[in-house]
Structures are given as C-alpha cells and as structure tokens.
Design a protein around this ligand. Structure first.
Ligand code: LLP
Length: 400
C-alpha cells in the first residue's frame, strides 16, 4: 500500500508516484510469456522516459524503443545496452540518423522510402552498413481511439505491403543497408487480440515471401499497444498475446521484438493532487484541485477515463467535475463523477497515470512540472525534483 498522505506531505503536490514493484512484475510477466522463445522486450520509452524508470527496466534486461535521438540518449544514459535499442519514428532529422548510426544501436526502424534514401546516403558517408527494419502498415483496424490508432492506410505510419517488398529488395542490393528486421504497430490501448494476430499473420506472410528471395529477416517487431485497465476494460493476457504471435510464425526463425509502453508502466503510476476548494454553479458541483491539464493531459486530450479517489473520505457521494486551475474548459480529470464531499487539503489520487502522464506535461500557465517519486516496498526516493520558477525562465533569461 502506498502512503499517499506521507508522500504528499514530504514532496508536496501535484506529484507523480510510481510503484517500481508493479513495473518489475509487468516486465517479468511479459518475459515469462515469451520464455523459451527468442524474444526481446524493448520498453517504449515515450510512455515514461524518466531515467530511473528506464534504468529500473534495463536492470531487468529490457531494451528500449525510442522515437527521437533524445530518447536514444536517455536509454543509453539509463544503462540500456546499445544492442537492445531501436529507433523508430515517422520523421528523423539527418543528425538523428547520423548519431544513431555512430552509436551502432540494434535497429533503425524506417517508415518510408524517402527515409531509406536518407539513411543510405548517411551510412555511405560514414562508411557503415545500417541495420534497418521497415515499418509495414498492415491496414488493420485496431479498434481503439482514433488518435492512437496507427495501422490503417489512412494513418501516416509505415508503408504498405507492396512498397515494403519493393524497398526491401532495394535495401538488400545496397552495400550500406542491412535489412534485418520488420516492424508493425497498429495502435495503442488495444484490448482485443484478434487485430494483432491478424496483423502479425499478414506481416509473417511478407517475411516468408522475402525469405524466398533471400532476404533474411531476423527481427520480427510486433510493436506495442497492449492495453491496461483504466475502468473496466477487458485486457489481453500476456501468455495469449505471445501464443497468438508465435502461432503466425511457423517456418520462420526470428527473434520476436515487442515495444510495450503503457502495459509496463501505466497502472504503476499515480497522480496525486490536493483539493483547493469546492464550488457549485447553478447546481453543478466542481472540485478544484492544484493539478491541471498541463500535468496530466489524457482526460483533456482523449477524454480518457482515469479512476479518481479522494483519500480517506467516505460519505454521501454526489456528481462532480474534478477540475484544475488552468484557464481552459478542457482542464478536467473527471466529469460527472460520483465523489464524496471534500475539504480543502484533501488528497485526490488519479490512478493509471504512469504512462503518457508526466511525459506529456507542459509548463502551460507557467506551472512548474510536478516532482516524480519511485516507491519500492517500504522505500521511496525522488526521481525528479519539482521544477522551480527559475527552471521555467532560465532559457529566456539567457536572452534578456
Ligand atoms: N511502438 C510504437 C511504434 C508506438 O508508436 C507506440 C506508441 C508504442 C510502441 C507504445 O505503445 P503502448 O504500448 O504504450 O500502447 N499518448 C497516448 C498514446 C500514444 C501512443 C503512441 N505510440 C495516450 O496517452 O494514450
């Protein structure tokens, strides 16, 4: 049990708290599901890129899936071995490609022929052979929120199967490209297995046809996307997930790579905020807290549901909106939620905030971003100090 009161006393609010035991258990659960098979779990750093979170996972053996050279540098700084780092993303700058090649990471994941041209040119200049994989868009509906759905042709990600085939042949014939991997990722917060299995099966067929023309794919990257429980969603069992993927791979000798983000850290994170006061506008009840949409954007951006809990309060619940102090109507954590009466100073815990929480925070309204704390058993430590006003204006003051 996390002592939210004690931690809020010590570190103040708003505050992010991560349960490192939960995170380790999630990693182990997935690793176990893949046991006995060639596999590599590359934690999707974008979900929560705190150095201590990455190094906690790296210590367990996790690799890293990165979408910018900044994330690659974070992974390296956190102790992820370079041979377990992959670099994906729809658009990469030349400097990012160059640095990734110099660092000699496991794979550059390419999303277009134009990008492949750039990588080839840069690798040639550096006299290197770039290990690449190509992101294939299998045109599968992942049945998730449209903002986090990525595997349909209408989405900007990857290339279609025919283009992939053509550019794999080009890559094979280039002395500066080594096409060793294939990749897909159909969306995030997936709660159904079928779309993943279908996508894997389409991509596995492509790998077989590449094999027939002597293009030997060794890394089969199934992306991330395994969903978590925010409310009462059904979720995908890791063992079923692994089984479904391997069932599509008959005749192929590949290492399965997966890139879970949310699965690993989502339910291990809590956003803790304090009640400032309540007010009622023409019968509508508002609970105003000191955290805002700048700290945790998911409810505002996706209308995402997060469970909220008022610590230590029980009693007659009535509907309320839980809102922050930011000057936007979209600044809310919960709408029309049944909540007990609160007093100023009460703590509100927003659950499932470990993924896409702090990383999407901003300084909007000149609000310093929260501190982050890791809890492991009965020990706790600060893993990012709260920003100060001086931190916020430092780079501007340099220009005065
Ligand atoms: N691999 C690729 C290529 C991705 O684009 C993503 C997420 C992942 C892996 C990790 O997905 P996960 O396992 O976490 O579902 N901000 C949104 C989620 C955006 C996901 C972007 N890509 C949210 O708060 O729901």
């Amino acid at each position: 049990m996390i002592d939210f009161k004690a931690l809020a006393e010590k570190y103040d609010t708003p505050l992010y708290i991560y349960d490192f035991e939960h995170i380790a258990n999630r990693y182990e659960e997935l690793k176990k599901a893949f046991s006995g098979k060639k596999s590599l779990i590359c934690y999707a750093v974008k979900a929560n890129s705190n150095l201590s979170v990455i190094s906690h996972l790296a210590a367990l053996g996790s690799g890293a899936d990165c979408v910018s050279i900044g994330e690659v540098k974070r992974a390296l700084a956190a102790g992820v071995p370079k041979y377990k780092i992959i670099f994906s993303g729809v658009g990469k700058r030349d400097e990012e490609i160059e640095e990734a090649l110099k660092e000699d990471i496991l794979l550059l994941n390419l999303e277009s022929e134009a990008e492949m041209d750039r990588v080839e040119q840069i690798a040639k200049r550096l006299q290197k052979e770039a290990r690449i994989s190509i992101r294939v868009n299998p045109n599968i509906d992942p049945k998730t929120h449209p903002y986090i759905s990525t595997g349909l042709h209408e989405n900007k990600f990857g290339v279609d199967i025919e283009t992939a085939k053509r550019i794999y042949i080009r890559a094979k014939n280039s002395p500066n490209l080594d096409p060793v991997g294939i990749h897909f990722h159909i969306g995030s917060q997936l709660t159904e297995l079928e779309p993943i299995k279908e996508a894997a099966s389409i991509v596995a067929d492509l790998v077989r046809s590449l094999k027939a023309i002597k293009i030997d794919i060794r890394f089969f990257d199934v992306g991330g996307g395994v969903g978590i429980v925010y409310d009462d969603e059904k979720t995908i069992d890791p063992a079923d997930y692994a089984k479904a993927i391997f069932s599509t791979l008959h005749g192929l000798d590949v290492t399965v790579v997966c890139e879970p983000g949310r699965f690993m850290v989502g339910n291990g994170g809590y956003f803790v905020t304090r009640v400032l006061y309540e007010k009622v506008n023409e019968g509508k009840r508002f609970i105003i807290v000191d955290g805002g949409m700048n700290d945790l954007l998911r409810p505002s951006l996706y209308n995402a549901y997060h469970k909220v809990e008022v610590v230590g309060r029980e009693g007659e619940e009535s509907e309320a909106d839980l809102v922050g102090p930011v000057c936007e109507s979209g600044d809310f954590f919960a709408k029309n939620r049944l909540l007990p009466p609160t007093e100023p100073g009460d703590l509100v815990v927003v659950h499932s905030a470990g993924a896409y929480g702090f990383v999407m925070a901003s300084n909007y309204n000149t609000r310093p971003r929260p501190a982050e704390v890791a809890v492991e058993g009965d020990k706790e430590r600060c893993i990012r100090v709260r920003e100060s006003f001086d931190d916020l204006v430092r780079l501007e003051k340099m220009c005065l």
